[in-house]
Design a protein around this ligand. Sequence first.
Ligand SMILES: [Zn+2]
Length: 341
Amino acid sequence: MMTMLPFIIDIERNMIKKTNDIIRPANLGKRCVIITGTNTKKIAGQKLYNELKKEYETDIVISVSNEKKELGSFAKNLEPYDFLLGVGGGKIMDITKYSAYLTGKPWISFPTVLSHDGIVSSRASLSDNGTKTSIEAKGPIAILADYDILKEAPMRWMISGVADLISNYSAVEDWRLASNAGKEKYDELCAGLSLTAANACVAEMKNIIRKNYEGVKTLLEALVLSGFAMNLFGSSRPSSGSEHNFAHALEMMNAPGLHGEQCGLGTIISSYLQKKNWVKIREYLKNFGAPTKASEIGITDEQAISALVQAPKIRSRYTILNRYDIDRELAREILEKVGVI
Ligand SMILES: [Zn+2]
C-alpha cells in the first residue's frame, strides 16, 4: 500500500474556527461525519460540528466500542459520507482510521490529547474478542490540532506521549540488533525519523513541561514523525521494540498505567539489557515527570516480574530479549537493578 503523508499537519490557536478554510481546497465532498466520544464531544466535537455544518452536511456520532467485530456494522453506517473526522484521543483515532480503511473514505485527525503516536500511524490498535491487536488501517489526510484544547489536556497524558517517544531509543537499538543478527533489514531513514522524534522531545523538554505553544507543537510533530516512520516502513518496527513487549504484557494482564508510561518503564529495562545508557533514559523520564518506578502508577512487583518474563513471548519480533533467558529470578534481579521495582 502506498504511504501518504497528510497534506497538512497544523496546530494553531482557535483551530476549530479555521478548519473549514484549511480543508476546503482538498475538495473532500459534501457530506462529513464526526466520530467522537462523550467527553471529547464536549471538549471539541460539538464546536467542530457547529463549524463544519456551515459548509458540509455534517453528522456527529459517538463511538464507544473498539471491538473489531462491532466496527464492521459501525463502518457500514458511514458509507453515505464523503469523509470522516476523528475527534478525541487514541481510541477514537483507532476507531476512525479503521472505519476509514473499511469504507475507503479519507479521514482527518483532530486529536484532543497527545498521549501516544497513534494519531498518525496507519495501524489501529483494536480489541479482538477482548485481546488488543494491531490491525492494518489507514493514515489521515490531515492532522489538525487546536493548541487551546491540547494544553488543557491532563499533563499526565502528555507526558505519557513523551515516554512513548523516548521508547524509540530502545526500539531502534533492538532493530539494529535484529539486523546485526541477520533477522531483519535495518532502514536508515525510518530509524532516523524515529530517533529524531525522540531527540526533538528531549531537546524541547522545558517547553513541553510548560505546555507552551512551542512545546505542544514539538510534541505533536514528534508523535506525527514517529507514526510516520512506522507508516513508511510498513510496520511498527521503527518505534516499537522490547520495551513495547513489556508494555503489551502489562496491558494484557490489565495492569494499571497509560501505554506511554508502561513503555517508559520498559525503555529503562531494555536500555539496561542492551548495555546502553539506561541511567540517562531514566533521568529523561524523571525530568519529564514520567514514572520510573512501577509502584508510581500502581503496578505491583509481581505484575512487573510477570510482564518481563512474558515479554519475549508477546510477538515474534527479534529484540534484545531473545539474547536472554529471563526467568522470574532474573526478572526480579533486572527490575531491582534498574530501580523499576
Ligand atoms: Zn507506543
